[in-house]
Design a protein around this ligand. Structure first.
Ligand code: GDP
Ligand code: IMO
Ligand code: MG
Length: 428
């Protein structure tokens, strides 16, 4: 089972970091293929908490080669900070590889992210403010700076000049901001070059050779299906392809090499930032899920919006990603509820939809149609096989599985590495 893709099924924070960590000891490479330091993965190992933003969670597994592939946007100051934090805690980060083709997030991308959000006013996306959208916009607009540009001062200067040509006009004349000084940007980026140099590689070549040799490679998606720029709730999305197709374009590994697609799905739903969310809760059940599930952002600390499980979204994720296995996380958070509603379809202005509507206005108006399942009160955090779960918890998982378009192969029952029930081996 050499090439495995792991993605988020909902709006992020499903527990991808924990799932990657779970597989970490059995894989040789873990590849981040999209996004940047907008991601926030919390991994708990022996009670110790690690928060990763830019680096793939596989960096915590000894022996794994972590790879930041071409589809990622890299804020180099954040990269170094994160590496230093891990080194200080005794993690070996020496194997990290970064694609020469990955794009760089610069100070002006962060500035533009913040000013454009401010200009959107009430229509703002609620981005993480990390410069993600503007860096990807420059990539698509062909004025981006790539990691390899840092090793040629003349080329770097030309490219930064080109990138700032129009941006400075915009910043000064539209956004009423100070123009960005080309030399300041160039000097900052050049100052990173020497520390970066040994990490930079042709990661597509490295990964394809690794697969040729029979090594196991895990492609870890940041964000999630409903935040994907093509398939998510546009424009309330991130600016990259977080779905499984992004693993191919974002790494230079061809689609026919992927063997398995694992989607991580929470036993309920959360979302950070603005945009439609049919099952969102505003009552005490919502408060219960937020506090019991500790639903506060790893990256920005914002309280996450919370709601019930949405089966059409899981089916949508199964379809878009070609999901072979779901990992359902945080089942333990539902313990103590009398009944657990699950969204099985939507009512849109009197019309029933069984699938996620393609029309954005319809999705904004979608009122969930719920089926209710009886809850359980027993503590399930020590369950290690499916049969350890109370009958009602088993029935909830089986019912949700039948609606979600693929099998649920593992179930999270606690934040720690050990808090997992495996029903089908994810690498077999
Ligand atoms: P990611 O962005 O998908 O990697 O997810 P985050 O790390 O942002 O958010 C998931 C949170 O849920 C983290 O704090 C995890 O420690 C926690 N978590 C993961 N799986 C479980 C689980 O099965 N039960 C509980 N209670 N917490 C979990
Ligand atoms: P992980 O990998 C949850 C959301 C932001 C905002 C939108 C656009 O931890 O699941 P951006 O800064 O990317 O331009 O913001 O996307 N967002 C996330 N929400 N988890 C994430 O990552 C996210 N990354 C971006 O809140 O609504
Ligand atoms: Mg997260």
């Amino acid at each position: 089972m050499p090439a495995i893709v792991l993605v988020g099924a909902q709006w992020g924070d499903e527990g991808k970091g924990k799932a990657t960590d779970l597989l970490g000891s059995r894989v040789d490479y873990v590849v981040k293929f999209n996004g940047g330091n907008n991601a926030g993965h919390t991994v708990v190992i022996d009670g110790e908490k690690y928060a990763l933003h830019l680096l793939p969670s596989g960096i915590l597994s000894p022996g794994v080669v972590p790879v930041v592939a071409n589809g990622v946007v890299v804020d180099i100051s954040v990269l170094f900070e994160e590496l230093d934090g891990l080194i200080a805690r005794g993690i070996d980060v020496s194997r990290l590889l970064i694609s020469a083709n990955a794009h760089v997030i610069t100070s002006y991308h962060r500035t533009i992210d913040k000013v454009t959000e401010r200009f959107l006013g009430k229509k703002q996306i609620g981005t993480t403010g990390r410069g993600i959208g503007p860096a990807y916009a420059d990539k698509i607009n062909r004025v981006g700076i790539r990691i390899q540009d840092l090793f040629d001062a003349n080329i770097l200067r030309q490219k930064v000049e080109g990138a700032l040509d129009q941006k400075n006009q915009l910043l000064v004349k539209v956004y009423n901001r100070r123009a960005v000084d080309v030399s300041e940007v160039v000097d900052e980026l050049l100052s990173y070059a020497e520390r970066l140099r040994p990490m930079v590689a042709d990661t597509s070549l490295v990964l394809n050779r690794a697969l040729d040799e029979g090594k196991t490679v895990l492609f870890e998606g940041g964000q999630a299906t409903m935040l994907d720029v093509d398939h998510g709730t546009y424009p309330f999305v991130t600016s990259s392809n977080a779905t499984s197709g992004g693993a191919a374009t974002g790494s230079g590994v061809a689609p026919n090499r992927f063997d398995r697609v694992i989607a991580i799905v929470k036993a309920y739903t959360t979302r950070v930032g603005a945009g439609p969310f049919p099952t969102e809760l505003f009552d005490e059940s919502g408060e219960f899920l937020r506090s019991t599930g500790a639903e506060f952002g790893t990256t920005t600390g914002r309280p996450r919006r919370v709601g019930w499980y949405d089966a059409p979204i899981a089916r949508y994720a199964a379809r878009i990603n070609g999901v072979t296995d779901f990992v359902m996380t945080k089942l333990d958070v539902l313990t103590g509820l009398d009944t657990i509603p699950v969204c099985v379809g939507y009512d849109v202005d009197g019309v029933r939809f069984d699938e996620v509507p393609v029309n954005q206005s319809d999705f904004h108006h979608a009122v969930p149609i719920y089926e209710e399942f009886p809850g359980w009160t027993e503590d399930i955090t020590a369950a290690r096989v499916f049969e350890d779960l109370p009958r009602n918890a088993q029935d909830y998982v089986l019912a949700v599985e039948a609606m979600s378009g693929s099998r649920i192969s593992a179930i999270g029952v606690g934040p720690g590495r050990e808090g997992i029930i495996v029903r089908h081996d994810l690498l077999d």
